[in-house]
Design a protein around this ligand. Structure first.
Ligand code: PRT
Ligand code: ZN
Length: 297
């Protein structure tokens, strides 16, 4: 294939990952002119174009060299890797992207007795992820029949075509609605940036490196929170010990209250209500958690 001088990224045309993927690329400074057939989007500023396809096709397009990178669920990428023949170029997960989170789980009818994976022995399990399921069954040393279905996996037990299922779960609502109960998690998934195992040796390799740097910056800012709080000097140690990971906090005096301090800490992830409540118990008050818009160290 003749070398391309523009980078091509495959992403889902229409589905759960489409909007957040476009938003992420936009934050990386990439904007696109949508073409009429909406399969190919030409990149306006940078030499980076998009191919909009079904998510299941993304790993194959990278493997064949039609695209240089792809944004796809880890579930789809790993399933492809299990099924890919040995001659196909290996694919790598370059970055986790922090959206499209879900898990691939085993679920059984609520009235089925289930304590451990060996209870699946001799049963039929419906899934759209035969590669990942077979691998898990092997690790668990369980012999079961894998029934591969393209969709509507959750109704298989009711239809009598399977005894259990292995499917993606997010809120768990679909399982409850189908009288199923989640028993084992095979894979924690989210959208990832996928690419070939090694960077191309031409200009596209340089472009990918540049994109990865921007992506890292965007992800770092997106996941950062600024925590502001007030504490007495005597509670300072106890409060500081509970702060979520991040660089050393900054301490500021509070006008007219010499025993009080204002603390400012950059946290490397969500700060949960529970964490806030713990920090408050340790002596903090006037707490604020703020998103970080931009950061230049
Ligand atoms: O047309 P195309 O093939 O591109 O789209 P698709 O229908 O295959 O994919 P889509 O848009 O449904 O999902 C794309 C990706 O989003 C998946 O590969 C996952 O990586 C990720 N994702 C995150 C999910 C979910 N959450 C999710 N909840 N994909 C599917 N689901 C389904 C699941 O299959 C089940 O039917 O939602 C149901 C469970 O949801 P809860 O909230 O009821 O538990
Ligand atoms: Zn799909």
């Amino acid at each position: 294939m003749k070398p391309r001088d523009r980078l091509r990224i495959a992403m889902q045309k229409s589905g759960r990952l489409t909007e957040p993927a476009l938003e992420l690329l936009k934050r990386c400074g990439l904007t696109f002119r949508q073409s009429r057939d909406k399969l190919f989007c030409f990149g306006e500023g940078e030499p980076v174009d998009l191919l909009l396809v079904r998510d299941d096709d993304i790993p194959g397009l990278i493997s064949q060299g039609v695209c240089d990178l792809g944004i796809v669920g880890r579930n789809v990428l790993n399933e492809y890797r299990r099924g890919a023949d040995g001659d196909a170029p290996a694919l790598a997960e370059w970055r986790p992207l922090g959206f499209g989170r879900c898990r691939l789980s085993i679920a059984v009818p609520q009235d089925m007795e289930y304590r451990e994976p060996s209870d699946l022995g001799g049963r039929r399990i419906a899934t759209s992820y035969p590669g990942l399921l077979s691998e898990w069954l092997k690790v668990q040393d369980v012999s079961a029949t894998v029934v591969t279905l393209a969709g509507s996996v959750e109704i298989a037990p009711k239809l009598g075509t399977a005894d259990a299922i292995c499917d993606l779960v997010q809120s768990g609502g679909t399982l409850v609605a189908n009288q199923l109960r989640e028993t084992d998690v095979l894979l924690q998934s989210e959208a990832v940036l996928a690419g070939p195992d090694a960077l191309p040796a031409d200009e596209r390799g340089d472009m990918i490196e540049l994109l990865l740097k921007r992506l890292d910056g965007v992800i770092q800012v997106r996941e950062s929170r600024l925590l502001l709080l007030q504490t007495s000097r005597t509670s300072l140690d106890a409060v500081t010990r509970l702060l979520p990971g991040g660089p050393q906090p900054t301490l500021l005096p509070v006008a007219g209250q010499p025993d009080q301090l204002m603390l400012q800490a950059l946290c490397a992830g969500e700060v949960s209500w529970r964490q806030l409540e713990e920090i408050k118990k340790a002596g903090a008050r006037e707490m604020f958690v703020l998103p970080v818009e931009k950061m230049l160290a």
